[in-house]
Design a protein around this ligand. Structure first.
Ligand SMILES: O=c1nc2n(C[C@H](O)[C@H](O)[C@H](O)CO)c3cc(O)ccc3cc-2c(=O)[nH]1
Ligand SMILES: C[C@H]1O[C@@H](n2cnc3c(N)ncnc32)[C@H](O)[C@@H]1O
Ligand code: SF4
Length: 380
């Protein structure tokens, strides 16, 4: 816990000298993670774009009446997974809308047609299919989860995640991005974080920057994440994601966060969070990724050689070799990692279902990812 932030409010990060702040954060990163920056080679499966929420920034979601609304078939899921496998992916990222069947008759019918009454059960079976038919490790990003949903998904996934995004209740009011989004009520997000910890799921979370939150609210969110981690040890990584403007969203005219704002938030995150929590910012969202390294990140998240980023489709993934050479230019080695971090892969960690753990630990050993991840130049 950073006591300075508690005793002097947020001015130390919000208005203090930016260079000094970044250097302090980079020092913490260097001490724990060295000059290595990682990524996970993944294939992306947007299992469904139907969702009971209507976040003002989301371009991914489609109304069930829209001709673009869909649920991927098992054949489509498997085809994407196999394509990923052929390209050397080790992670299968399921990212999807939340509980559409609870709001829309049409979504309920769509699920019924394929034999399910609940999206989570279909997701579970698709994770199982990927485990049975490919070598990939499923990572589940399905938003808020109940105790029961975590129990259902835990045996068939290596790790899970949910962006906390914000702790601001103000953003759920009319006219705000989280208005009428039951899964974006901060207390529900915080409960999911806590449940994942209680159930020992290696967990990814993060902040969405620039949707109307104050700097103080970001600091509050970082402390909430760190406190949950202090209780359970389950937070493997925190993503600092900038809001991306797109023409087809409610927030089409909302400004994107400035680079300085991102850098201050990244540095504050590195200072507040326990050092073993990996700090991630997406490379495809900004041409400014070198500055993110200088502000203290050590990870780029999942990068796909086979699928587009369905959440921010206007941005292409950086070609992995090109990213490697720009990292080298900045004094960093780009290395691959698994979706789940090495500290959860010991037999007695208590995290991860034993079958999936055995597979992940085997993959880590085989590929030299158990500790110090493999250098990109040796793999490509
Ligand atoms: O390509 C993306 N991957 C996203 N990922 C995936 C992430 O890049 C990697 O899959 C994880 O780092 C695990 O390796 C998320 C995972 C979560 O658990 C929670 C939120 C996200 C958000 C994104 C995202 O916006 N775009
Ligand atoms: C998977 C994650 O993607 C994030 N997400 C959704 N829409 C956007 C956007 N326009 N810009 C940046 N991030 C976004 C949400 O925070 C979600 O949790
Ligand atoms: S961001 Fe997630 S929860 Fe919000 S509308 Fe899009 S899919 Fe649904």
């Amino acid at each position: 816990m950073n006591t300075q932030s508690l005793s002097t409010g947020t001015a130390w990060a919000e208005t203090g000298d930016l260079r000094a702040l970044m250097m302090r954060a980079a020092g913490i990163r260097d001490a724990h993670w060295g000059r290595t920056v990682t990524y996970s080679r993944k294939a992306f499966v947007p299992l469904t774009n139907m969702c009971r929420d209507t976040c003002g920034y989301c371009t991914f979601v489609k109304h069930p009446e829209s001709p673009e609304a869909n649920i991927m078939t098992p054949e489509q899921v498997l085809a994407t997974a196999q394509k990923g496998e052929r390209e050397g992916c080790k992670e299968l990222l399921f990212s999807l809308g939340e509980k559409p069947e609870l709001r829309y008759e049409k979504a309920r019918k769509g699920l019924e047609k394929i034999g399910y009454s609940r999206l989570t059960d279909y997701l579970r079976d698709m994770c199982e299919l990927v485990l049975a038919e490919t070598s990939l490790l499923p990572h589940v990003n399905a938003g808020t989860l109940t105790d029961d949903e975590i129990d259902v998904l835990r045996p068939v996934s290596a790790s899970m995640g949910m962006m906390l995004e914000t702790v601001s209740r103000r953003l759920t009011r009319k006219g705000q991005p989280h208005y009428a989004c039951p899964d974006k009520v901060p207390v529900q997000r915080l409960r999911t974080l806590e449940r994942a910890g209680q159930k020992q799921v290696p967990f990814t979370t993060g902040l969405l920057i620039g949707i109307g939150e104050t700097f103080a609210e970001r600091i509050e969110a970082l402390h909430a994440i760190n406190d949950a981690h202090a209780r359970h040890g389950h937070i493997q990584e925190v993503i600092i994601q900038n809001f991306q403007r797109k023409p087809d969203i409610e927030m089409a005219n909302h400004p994107e966060p400035a680079l300085e704002d991102m850098l201050r938030t990244i540095a504050a995150a590195r200072i507040i969070l326990a050092p073993e929590i990996s700090l991630q910012a997406p490379p495809n969202l900004s041409a400014r990724h070198i500055a993110y390294l200088e502000a203290g990140i050590n990870d780029w998240g999942g990068i796909s050689p086979v699928t587009i980023d369905f959440i921010n489709p206007q941005h292409e993934w950086p070609e992995i070799r090109a990213l490697a050479s720009s990292c080298t230019g900045a004094g960093f080695d780009l290395r691959e990692r698994l979706t789940v971090y090495p500290r959860y892969l010991t037999g007695d960690s208590g995290f991860i279902n034993p079958g999936v753990l055995a597979r992940a630990a085997g993959m880590a050993q085989e590929n030299g990812l158990a500790r110090d991840q493999r250098h990109i130049g040796e793999t490509a």
